[in-house]
Design a protein around this ligand. Structure first.
Ligand code: NAP
Length: 307
């Protein structure tokens, strides 16, 4: 437990900063439920897969390659299934959608967990900045492709970050989605994470009138492979001060597991969560018109790539 975690009291629902994925799912029987998790081979995705399978759920896990996905799920026992889903490659995503649609049964939830952070220099996919493409556009293709497979009260949980506050002025810079007009690693990451919140918010609006749920969240700050692109000196400094505020991986996976499976979270569609409770994101993240615009722009991007 971090120093902060020791002092912070739990939130309204009794869970908080130091809750773990195991505590927030304690007593739940997920037998017969199926959850798709992106980025199941590392960090928070792997821990979420482990804990949900511990509660009896079947996991459909995606990773950049089928080998990585199968390798991660094999130790969790029988019945889970791995799929290749390279989120920067629409063809790979569509092949994953087709394969998942062919699976027997429905999905009880989708955890859009995979992500990349703060690439030191501009990289692109299909002309779009790579973090925006991977973290947002890739998940957009996957999730919209799988909605028919989602049960009537299914949940879509999108892992964002408090780093969404580093997004450019206005939240999304639609004139610079390529990054060509200027690139800053953290601004680009922040924009992709702002897009995650806006996507979940617009999806929740589209789910209105049904029992489906869409939420986004900040998991906390956790030492995982996500930091691989940070300069060595930054990683060192982070390692030194980390124990003050850093969550463990089991603590980091708590908010997303709660959002995906806890009965109470069925009432939270459209919300942004942190520390396993409802939280308030930056003002643009709550802008419904911006969320709709991003959805339409993303549909347009995806349509153009399809050709
Ligand atoms: N850790 C934190 O402090 C923190 C804070 C706020 C938000 N988050 C968010 O939490 C989520 C999980 O991150 P983590 O900390 O668990 O990091 P992680 O250990 O690096 O896991 C990220 C996962 O995403 C996968 N991934 C990356 N690029 C991909 C691509 N192009 N196609 C398919 N999969 C891809 C990775 O696959 P490979 O292993 O093959 O690269 C890995 O499985 C991310 O969305 C991140 O933005 C994390």
């Amino acid at each position: 437990m971090s120093v902060i975690g020791f002092f912070l009291p739990p939130g309204k629902n009794g869970f908080g900063y130091s809750s773990t994925a195991e505590t927030v799912t304690s007593g739940l029987d997920l037998t017969g439920k199926t959850y798709l998790i992106t980025g199941c081979n590392s960090g928070l995705g792997l821990e979420s897969a482990r804990v949900l399978s511990l509660r009896g759920a079947k996991i459909l896990g995606t990773a950049r390659t089928a080998e990585k996905a199968f390798g991660a799920l094999a130790p969790l026992g029988n019945g889970h299934k791995g799929f290749a889903c390279e989120l920067a490659d629409p063809l790979s995503i569509r092949q994953c959608v087709t394969a998942v649609m062919r699976e027997e049964g429905r999905l009880d939830g989708i955890l859009a967990n995979a992500g990349i952070m703060a690439l030191p220099s501009l990289e692109k996919a299909y002309g779009y900045e790579l973090q925006f493409f991977t973290n947002h556009v890739g998940h957009f293709i996957l999730i919209t492709g799988l909605l028919e497979k989602l049960v009537g009260n299914g949940r879509v949980v999108v892992v964002s970050s408090s780093a969404h506050t580093m997004a450019p002025a206005g939240g999304i810079d639609f004139e610079n989605l390529s990054g060509d007009r200027g690139y800053r690693p953290w601004t680009a990451y922040g924009q992709s994470k702002m897009a995650n919140i806006l996507f979940a918010s617009e999806l929740a609006r589209r789910f209105k009138g049904s029992s489906r749920v869409a939420v986004s969240l900040h998991p906390g700050v956790i030492q995982t492979n996500l930091g691989r692109h940070m300069p060595a000196v930054a990683r060192f400094a982070f390692g030194m001060v980390g124990p003050i505020f850093q969550k463990s991986i089991p603590e980091g996976a708590a908010t997303q597991c709660y959002a995906l499976v806890h009965p109470e979270a069925g009432a939270l569609s459209g919300q942004y969560l942190a520390d396993v409770n409802v939280a308030t994101p930056r003002k643009e993240a709550a802008d419904k018109a911006l969320a709709l615009k991003l959805w339409e722009v993303t549909e347009n991007i995806v349509g153009k790539i399809r050709g």
